[in-house]
Design a protein around this ligand. Sequence first.
Ligand SMILES: NC(=O)c1ccc[n+]([C@@H]2O[C@H](COP(=O)([O-])OP(=O)(O)OC[C@H]3O[C@@H](n4cnc5c(N)ncnc54)[C@H](O)[C@@H]3O)[C@@H](O)[C@H]2O)c1
Ligand SMILES: O=C(O)[C@H](O)COP(=O)(O)O
Length: 528
Amino acid sequence: MTYTILVSDELAEEGIEILREHAMVDVNTGLSEDELVATIENYDALLVRSGTQVTERVIEAGKRLRFIGRAGAGVDNIDMNAATRRGVIVANAPEGNTLAATEHTMAMMQSLCRNIPQANASMQAGEWKRSKFMGVELNEKILGIVGLGRIGREVAKRASSFNMHIIGYDPFISPDKAAEMGIESMSLEALFTKADIITVHTPLIKETRHIINEKSIATMKDGVRIINCARGGIIDEAALAAAVKSGKVAGAAIDVFEEEPPKDSPLIGIPNIIVTPHLGASTVEAQKNVAISIAKQCLEVLGGGDAKYVVNAPIIPSEQHEIIEPYATLGERIGRLMIQIVDGRVQKLEMIYGGDLAALGQSTKLITHMAIKGLLDPILRFPVNMVNAAYIAKDRGIAVSETTTGESAGYKNLLTMKVTTDSSELVIAGSVLYKGGARIVSIAGYTMDMVPEGAVIISRHLDRPGVIGRASTILGEHQINIAGMQVGRFQPGEEAIMVLNVDGDVPEEVMEAIRGMPGIYSAKFARI
Ligand SMILES: NC(=O)c1ccc[n+]([C@@H]2O[C@H](COP(=O)([O-])OP(=O)(O)OC[C@H]3O[C@@H](n4cnc5c(N)ncnc54)[C@H](O)[C@@H]3O)[C@@H](O)[C@H]2O)c1
Ligand SMILES: O=C(O)[C@H](O)COP(=O)(O)O
């Protein structure tokens, strides 16, 4: 099968070539939202940079869409909730343009401090005004970096070589880690009051929106310089423009805007503000890197594999893949079995990770998502996958929890799933044995050794002679072969469980006949 891929922003040829080896690729840039909505239904994947707004309307119209790839870092132009709800995998290429954006930030800093763009424009206009363009040095200045991720820390490295003192703020980087990078970590408020130059390197999220605003500018040093090569919207444009005009801020260098291309940005047309049209990633090297990265990830996902930089699904460190993958499959299968045999409307799913699984941290989320997929896939009309599973569970009012325990009933690892419905509850546990064999090891407290695949009949019955024999006879009379059988009980003569692996489907009238037998309390057919 050939995939169809739409590339709606400029992508380096090296990436397009990789895609064309396996897919039909249309490069169609500059589409309006309406045009994108009209055409997207024909595509399995959409690849963009920052120029395309991938709105909810676009995603809803993309009935075949399985992958949205961002050839670059920022994904704020993609409606992540809509993609997640629809189960569309979103991935980016965050590393390919780090150095390009870092170098652009340094170029902006030097231009800002030495008035290079203004001096160039003046000379091009035939002037020779040396005293007008007196600058300041970077040497011994305090540089405040907001956001110490990939770009922030590369900027710090380069600024150190200019003998700047680096201070930084990032709520997700410990002071020790910052210190290792030669950065003095402090609160945002302290950074604002101390820095001579401030540069922002965060994503645009609600916590960072207008982080630099009229109030925070008022706390800064007089004559501070401000740089934004991250995202428009991190700085309040009107507040910055007013502060530069008043002289509170000596100058600003801005690569990104709240609206792109900017229509009425107050930042444009002020002599002490340098502007570039979102050029941070615009180097030959960066564009090649991100195009190749996103093209490879796109083909991986369309081929049924995983993308390296998925942004809307759990990310698993490579060293955990070996342990996570078989448990993700087991979780999905237990979920699928549970939904077919439990009575009532599901209200709660509890995932209990025992043994070595307890030490996997956040990675168990993938197992949980696949368990939800197994639980909900058979009863929903639209596909559930690892991307939208948690969203769909929440949307349907199913509370999902994860706990860990040292207990593992003698197994190295034990995955226990408990489903609570409005009328019952069911607990099934499973383990992956040495060399990969997955087993269900208990159902509703009864010990089992069941391979979780194929067709099964699970019944509850009174533990007395003849019940199992009669059930076997009914199946035999209908030419249904029993491939395996297990029974479990707590006490002789009380309720027992029977699990019959059968070859092929069991018609409803046969199940009815089994349910009608004396001594049978319930019997369910399931396909795992
Ligand atoms: N101008 C361009 O062309 C260009 C190019 C590449 C990247 N970017 C943008 O630059 C920004 C940084 O990119 P990156 O690759 O370094 O991302 P990154 O994810 O590696 O780093 C972002 C950092 O911001 C931190 N952060 C999150 N919330 C914060 C908050 N409230 N306060 C302070 N820090 C916070 C995170 O902990 C993280 O360390 C992104 O917005 C990206 O889109 C722009
Ligand atoms: O987030 C990014 O990667 C940069 O903003 C680059 O955007 P671009 O790919 O549109 O140049």
